[in-house]
Design a protein. Structure first.
Length: 400
């Protein structure tokens, strides 16, 4: 390890695109784990968040990526951000902030590892082929601990971690906090009707009624993916995104700039699919959702509507994406954070782990005593939720 040099980078642009991507798509590790690279940790995605003004210091996100170098060759990266708040994470740690205040500690800024404003599983340190991932994980966590001590940072938090990397980080001393999210799994449905057949009769009728009500209103939903996305349609998607966020006022979670959507039309198009709800021309949508895919999984991200139509949200954000995922042979669909209503429409509850390190011994001891009980409660909630599903689903029992 002596030949490695650690550098802290205040922008993704300080790291070479091709070398970053080589770490993300390291073929041996991904093949062993049966994984396809996540677009949310690609250089282009994170870079466009920064240069579009969406994820920048004035918005409370300071890029602070840790790179390990061997000469001019990038060996490993930990995508990290200094945060001045807890917005855009969807792992709600306000109780941690209150505890810090009670102990006379400063909770912010904190160090966070995630794909900003994207609650999608997959965070990990990125390693070059042939490197010892376990050993590098220990080294990088030690470097992060030193950085936090030197800068009086109380906590480092890795959110929505990759399950395979989690074991390495846990072995190196990270504390685990479980939450749960909704997930759709495709056991091999031949079409949407086969998916509907997995429901009990009552909910199957409800879903058909919901879809029929949208069609009877004269609305058609058309998926447009990759190069089939017309020029300018992503700028319209920003309109829907901003309009939807504005409905919630101060709680609207509007994080992305119009510039990000413009850049996505060029730089990220291969991973995007839009679901346009229209009467006539798909390029004149009345409502629209934006999803991200990688050829194996689909992620629901944003939506908005210019009309108030019952069940339109379910059609544009759940049913049409599920139908598209089935047609494309995708194996899973993550619809985004929140929403117990998802569970009546084909989604199961699954645990999601975040990993934490704290520099203050008192703070760490209190949370270390609290976390096991909290995690058991989350697992019990997941079991209770899935016991009440109105459809037949194959899923593994949750475990810590």
């Amino acid at each position: 390890m002596a030949e490695l040099q650690a550098r802290w980078h205040q922008a993704t642009a300080e790291l070479p695109n091709d070398q970053w991507q080589a770490l993300l798509t390291e073929p041996g590790q991904l093949a062993r784990e049966g994984m396809v690279a996540s677009p949310f940790y690609g250089w282009n995605w994170l870079h466009q968040l920064e240069v579009s003004g969406s994820i920048v210091p004035r918005q409370g996100w300071q890029p602070c990526h840790l790179g390990l170098w061997r000469g001019e060759q990038l060996v490993a990266v930990a995508p990290l951000y200094l945060k001045g708040h807890s917005y855009g994470e969807f792992v709600f740690d306000q109780a941690f902030a209150q505890l810090a205040d009670q102990l006379g500690l400063r909770y912010y800024p904190k160090l966070v590892g995630m794909s900003p404003v994207s609650p999608v599983e997959g965070y990990r340190f990125l390693f070059a082929a042939g490197e010892d991932a376990a050993r590098l994980t220990v080294l990088m966590l030690e470097l992060i601990d030193d950085f936090c001590r030197q800068n009086s940072i109380l906590s480092c938090n890795f959110l929505y971690v990759d399950p395979h990397w989690r074991s390495l980080a846990e072995a190196a001393g990270c504390a685990v906090w479980l939450n749960h999210q909704s997930q759709w799994r495709n056991p091999g449905f031949g079409d949407f009707e086969a998916y509907l057949a997995s429901f009990n009769a009552n909910q199957r009728r409800n879903i058909r009624r919901e879809r029929r009500s949208v069609a009877e209103a004269g609305i058609t939903v058309t998926p447009l993916a990759g190069e089939a996305i017309p020029s300018g349609l992503l700028e319209q998607m920003h309109h829907f995104y901003a309009q939807h966020c504005s409905r919630w006022g101060a709680w609207g979670s509007k994080y992305l700039s119009e510039e990000f959507f413009r850049a996505a039309a060029v730089e990220l198009r291969e991973h995007l699919v839009l679901f346009s709800a229209h009467r006539g021309d798909p390029q004149s949508p009345l409502a629209m959702s934006l999803c991200v895919h990688n050829g194996e999984a689909l992620w629901g991200r944003y939506w908005g509507s210019d009309i108030d139509l019952e069940n339109l949200h379910f059609e544009v954000c759940y049913y049409a994406p599920i139908a598209w995922a089935i047609a494309q042979g995708l194996t899973r669909f993550d619809p985004g954070a929140g929403g117990s209503h998802k569970r009546r429409r084909g989604f199961v509850a699954e645990p999601r782990a975040s990993l934490h390190r704290w520099s203050d011994p008192r703070f760490a001891a209190i949370l270390g005593q609290w976390l096991p009980g909290a995690n058991r409660q989350v697992l019990a909630e997941i079991t209770a939720i899935n016991d009440e599903l109105p459809f037949t689903a194959a899923y593994d029992p949750p475990h810590a």
